[in-house]
Design a protein around this ligand. Structure first.
Ligand code: DC
Length: 217
């Protein structure tokens, strides 16, 4: 199977990352985690002492941020000004800050260009919030994964099991609030594209979701 650009959007904990990576593997495509781009901007802004609502500061952060793309067996990773920051992107603080900076025009404008450039070759699975609506409205296949909040909280909590500070309840509340913020922001809010294939993953395992997607490709 050659030549498709596939987008997979949806809220936190719907299974996007695992599913996107597996679909890309099966098709021999690149997997691009666009949330990591927003997280990289958040990390760089925090290091520079820039608040998430400081548009001029964020524009400066973006201008000074050289994002390089490195292809690994697990997907596409990003170097921020030469540093592999992947291990620092998943803390609760950076997760919250990524959502906050992702609402700001300077950040979205900057990353739109980065993502479109990455999509020029097709043969890729792009995972995010606005892949099918804004970044790649012409994508060949669009999917929107959803699942009820409890199922998503349980999955995320299981991933964070090593952290004793994270209870199921705090994880659930963090996901609920972040999805609300991501869905209600003015710019490129989280929502299914009108032509997206919607898959409810609440009662499906990973294999079930991957097969459903591959059947459409
Ligand atoms: O997928 P993730 O949890 O790594 O994304 C982190 C944040 O980045 C998410 O809360 C909203 C933002 N984001 C976005 O606005 N648009 C995307 N395409 C991907 C992520």
């Amino acid at each position: 199977m050659r030549g498709l650009l596939i987008t997979i959007d949806g809220p936190a904990g719907a299974g996007k990352t695992t599913v996107s990576r597996r679909v890309a593997e099966q098709l021999g495509y690149r997997y691009v985690d666009t949330g990591a781009l927003y997280r990289t901007v958040a990390l760089t802004a925090r290091a520079a002492g820039i608040e998430p609502d400081d548009d001029a500061g964020l524009a400066g952060v973006c201008d000074g941020l050289a994002i390089e793309v490195v292809r690994t067996a697990g997907g596409t990773r990003f170097l921020a000004n030469g540093d592999d920051v992947a291990d620092r992107l998943r803390t609760p603080e950076i997760t919250r800050m990524a959502s906050a900076v992702s609402a700001r025009p300077a950040v979205r404008r900057h990353l739109l260009a980065v993502q479109r450039e990455l999509g020029r070759e097709k043969n890729a699975v792009f995972e995010g919030r606005d892949m099918g609506t804004v970044v790649f409205p012409e994508a060949d296949r669009k999917f929107f994964l959803e699942a009820d909040l409890d199922a998503r909280a349980r999955r995320r909590h299981a991933e964070l099991a090593a952290d004793p500070n994270e209870t199921l309840e705090t994880v659930r509340e963090a996901i609920r609030r972040r999805d609300e913020d991501d869905s209600t922001r003015a710019l490129a809010p989280l929502k299914p594209a009108p032509d997206a294939i919607r898959i409810d993953t609440t009662d499906l395992d990973i294999d079930g979701v991957v097969s459903a997607i591959l059947a459409h490709c």
